[in-house]
Write a protein that binds this ligand. Structure first.
Ligand SMILES: [Zn+2]
Length: 116
């Protein structure tokens, strides 16, 4: 009965094609889940290599996120400074335009006054 069950699965090629497997992102390898051996993932994850790879990945992610945070903070500062500078330039532009508009009108008035 047990052997028949085994042979039944073994003969069915599509069973092997659709063999469930799990990709270990830390070790960059596939862990095959054999029908009798669901603990193969557990076995893999208990392995020394896998644990080392996980630890390496975690430290890499930590380092990356710290770098990213630093970069973002720097970008934020730069952006804030840029925004402030742009705002100042805009305000100065507005003032200049206002003064020019006022000055232009008063010049015209003066010119008109001169013609009188
Ligand atoms: Zn692994």
């Amino acid at each position: 009965m047990c052997i028949n069950f085994f042979v039944f699965f073994f003969i069915r090629a599509d069973y092997w094609k659709s063999q469930p497997r799990k990709f270990c992102q830390y070790c960059k390898c596939w862990i095959h889940i054999y029908f009798q051996c669901l603990q193969s993932i557990e076995f893999h994850e208990r392995g020394k290599n896998h644990k080392e790879n996980v630890a390496a990945k975690i430290s890499e992610i930590k380092k990356k996120s710290v770098d990213k945070a630093k970069q973002e903070r720097r970008m934020c500062k730069q952006f804030a400074a840029m925004e402030e500078a742009a705002m100042k330039a805009y305000e100065e532009d507005l003032k200049r335009m206002e003064m020019e508009a006022r000055g232009g009108r008063s010049n015209e008035e003066e010119e008109e006054g001169d013609t009188f």
